[in-house]
Design a protein around this ligand. Sequence first.
Ligand SMILES: NC(=O)C1=CN([C@@H]2O[C@H](COP(=O)(O)OP(=O)(O)OC[C@H]3O[C@@H](n4cnc5c(N)ncnc54)[C@H](O)[C@@H]3O)[C@@H](O)[C@H]2O)C=CC1
Ligand SMILES: O=C(O)C1=N[C@H](C(=O)O)C[C@H](O)C1
Length: 272
Amino acid sequence: MSDRELPGIVVTGASGRMGQMLARLLLESETARLVGVLERPGHDWIGKDIGEAMGGTAVGVTVSGDAVATIAQAQAVIDFTSPAASVAFAELTAQARAVHVIGTTGFEDADLVPLKAAARHAPIIRAGNMSLGVNLLMGLTRKVAAALGEDWDIEVVEAHHRHKVDAPSGTALMLGEAAAEGRGASLADLRTPAREGITGPRETGSIGFSAIRGGNVVGEHDVIFAADGERIVLRHLATDRAIFARGAIRAALWGQDKGPGEYDMADVLGLG
Ligand SMILES: NC(=O)C1=CN([C@@H]2O[C@H](COP(=O)(O)OP(=O)(O)OC[C@H]3O[C@@H](n4cnc5c(N)ncnc54)[C@H](O)[C@@H]3O)[C@@H](O)[C@H]2O)C=CC1
Ligand SMILES: O=C(O)C1=N[C@H](C(=O)O)C[C@H](O)C1
């Protein structure tokens, strides 16, 4: 396949932690090509070559604030930004009939309505964690939760870098949902509100969440099953953001021959 035939990918949030990682990997990729990068209007990277903006040499791709024109060139858009930005990109990506890979976390239920509408026109692949390890851990969590009774309390503990703005993390919520599914319920029914003050004793069968923020932690998640006298801890440690970026690129390529609809990383990885 010549370079021109490789699926053309646009990366949003180009100056962000994930945006830069994605741009670097796509510039080296032999299976996809970087055709555009977006930043929010007014950002000081707009108009600069992405290679130079990242501190290297020019690569011939200019950071743009014009989402309509940039997404029009894309076969896929990889998007790790903010919930409001991802909702707006979903409409434009659907209009371009391109695959939208969404890694953004922190969505409210109301944000999911326009995403569902956009997925009627093109594939949307969305996951709070794009790594193979976490998506495997979800299956393990579901199985362990199903095997253990309600005398085993379930807690999800996560740690992230000091810049993260949402809590619990998207991954923690995915793991909590998997645990709830294992118990034949939905997380909305089992989730304990954040604890502070006189909370009273733990409610049997509930699922609790704790978030640590500090330093440059890439992402750590423990699912703790605690009973009287023993504990099981399922743990994932991310030490390199490349695991998320590789998963997102894999999803963008996987989506090329898929019809409109909502997909997740379990679909991409064949773990469904
Ligand atoms: N699903 C997954 O595997 C992972 C998800 N994430 C999530 O991805 C999101 C971004 O994470 P980071 O890269 O660490 O954040 P970041 O803050 O470093 O980057 C976000 C970027 O998006 C840009 N942005 C915001 N609005 C925009 C708009 N309208 N148009 C274009 N660009 C816009 C910002 O200027 C910023 O450069 C977060 O929600 C995070 O939780 C992060 C890592 C892995
Ligand atoms: O913001 C991050 O950094 C991460 N966000 C995702 C999440 O909310 O779970 C995935 C990963 O843990 C890193």
